[in-house]
Design a protein around this ligand. Structure first.
Ligand code: ZN
Length: 221
């Protein structure tokens, strides 16, 4: 094993260990739920990424597992409801459609159930060189376990792991069937209020949890 590879593996191991030790001590899991994301990455040859990107990927994997398995994630989602928007034109059947018949809205508990239906979540992370002037972080499609991301925002600053975790949480919500306002039939539209949108809602909840844990010294972003 080359010296470089050895230190590289050691570094990933250290990040894993320190986060695990801290997490075990401080983060209660929801009903002993263990959600594990497993990523396969495909990186475009043209993409420009920070030098320590492998470490960042290891870190986001651990953070995502911890957030999705946490009681805080469940409690936060349970306290929200969203517009009944998510499935209007979808023929996708990889998720169960759950609408609250009384309120005609999507309860956060249904979104939580959809996101945590599988304990192991395999996703391909495709990273590509940004084309043109797009400001879109990336995209995904319902039931296809692939998240394509543009490289323009993947800069070597401290917040990359934080931003990437939020991004994956947002896109995974699309994979599980929830759409933005511009992708639903007119009758289901809710305007631009991100509070009504499950993908923005999940991204924000995940971001808030990470910020709270960071502040409390449970993790280091
Ligand atoms: Zn989106």
């Amino acid at each position: 094993m080359g010296k470089y590879l050895f230190y590289r593996l050691l570094c990933v191991f250290c990040v894993t260990l320190s986060l695990n030790v801290q997490a075990k001590r401080n983060i209660p899991e929801a009903d002993s739920l263990h959600i594990r994301f497993e990523f396969k990455t495909s990186i475009d040859k043209q993409a420009i990424l920070p030098k320590n990107f492998t470490d960042t990927l290891a870190k986001i994997n651990i953070l995502l597992n911890k957030v999705f398995s946490s009681a805080e994630f469940k409690d936060s989602l349970y306290s929200h409801t969203f517009n009944d928007s998510s499935y209007s034109k979808s023929k996708a059947n990889c998720f169960i459609r759950v609408i609250n018949e009384q309120t005609h809205r999507v309860d956060g508990s249904a979104v939580y159930g959809n996101l945590t239906a599988d304990s192991v979540i395999n996703i391909e992370l495709a990273i590509r060189r940004t084309e043109g002037k797009t400001r879109t972080q990336g995209f995904s499609n319902a039931c296809i376990y692939k998240i394509t991301s543009n490289d323009f925002w993947m800069k070597p600053d401290q917040l990359l792991a934080f931003r990437y975790v939020r991004h994956i949480a947002h896109e995974f919500t699309h994979i599980r069937g929830y759409r933005h306002d511009n992708k639903v039939a007119t009758a289901y539209k809710w305007g631009r209020n991100p509070g009504e949108d499950p993908a923005y809602g999940v991204g924000r909840i995940v971001g808030n949890i990470l910020e709270r844990w960071n502040k409390a010294g449970i993790i280091k972003l």
